[in-house]
Design a protein around this ligand. Sequence first.
Ligand code: PLP
Length: 415
Amino acid sequence: MTETATATLPGFDVEAVRRDFPALQQRVHGAPLVYLDNAASSQTPRAVIEAIVAYYENDRSNVHRGVHELSQRATAKYESARGRVQRFLNAGGPEEIIWTRGATESINLVAASWGRTHVAEGDDVLISAMEHHSNIVPWQILCQEKGANLRVIPMNEAGELRLETLDELLTPRTRIVAVTQVSNALGTVNPIRQIAQMAHDVGAVCIVDGAQAAPHMPVDVQELGCDFFALSGHKMCGPTGIGALYARRALLEEMPPYQSGGDMIASVSFEKTVYNDLPYRFEAGTPMIAGAIGMGAAVEYLEAIGMSRIASYEQDLLSYGAASLSSIGGFRPIGTARHKAGVLSFEIEGLHPADLGTILDRQGIALRIGHHCAEPVMRFYGVSATTRASLAFYNTRADFDALAVAIETAKEILA
Ligand code: PLP
């Protein structure tokens, strides 16, 4: 690999970073793996794998309940991981971080708890035209249950939200504004600060789907001014099955439990249950302990590199990738917003995405073909699927060179 193929940010040694990821060292179908499916799930660095193994080998036990040494160690690691996520997001305190299974569960928690108690017949829930199904369906179900209206902020052809419509869409009946910070299908970065401010101006709360933002840029929930922020561990180098919800303490304090059972209680009798303190009130049952510890290690790993450096490196790579793909005949980008992160979605004229994906896989290239759980976005662009290359800080310019060559090969095979 040449120097220019990899080095794009002074002081950032991507080859050293790549060595931290065992899965990136393999060959697939005889070719070196080019992993460009990070928006679906990123790879895991050795530090995260080791943190999980250490828990299972040394500290394996339940949290919060045991007086014995192993349980105390497990609890300390589990709570320390919560503190790491709190600092990563700049939340006001650890009690504002709830462990969940991922962004999907985080959003469902808000819909089921805050939503059920605050949304009434005739109210509005406002989402955007570029949401992942996880940030559509929970609100649809809530609106059906309550007789409320689901409204949608439209977007333009570039895949940018038409914010001028907010003046009309936001009314005193708007209870919730639920928007993604970064679109998983288009890569668009939305101006959350502005949207949260406008939501608050009409008395609504703002929930941000941060699943695609947290892996790619510094996130400061206080700066953004949002009320809730959902994230997934497995998209930011952590394990699968773990995620978190940031929620403002004042809101959490008056929210009813989401699920009930062990650990979320202070005392139980047949007559009455007193709920536990925050955040445990929202964490019923034995949690995904190894996952939380792994996610804490992932956050530590990302912070050691630095989220600002990750953002700078990836911005350069995104521009390089967009330029190299656009030289391919028949290339049509889907999503050309001015401010993007992490994602290049496209079509190649005359090639069916499924055929293209299969041939790319045979050349060791992993990317995503499909609707990306964002069917309304596909409908907007009049396509059933796109091909999506999504990057992480361990990708290189050489990965995009390999992708461009592999697409040309696919074109020849399918001609
Ligand atoms: N929101 C966005 C923007 C996503 O890209 C995804 C996953 O692809 C999700 C939510 C759901 O995340 P998870 O499946 O980890 O809960």
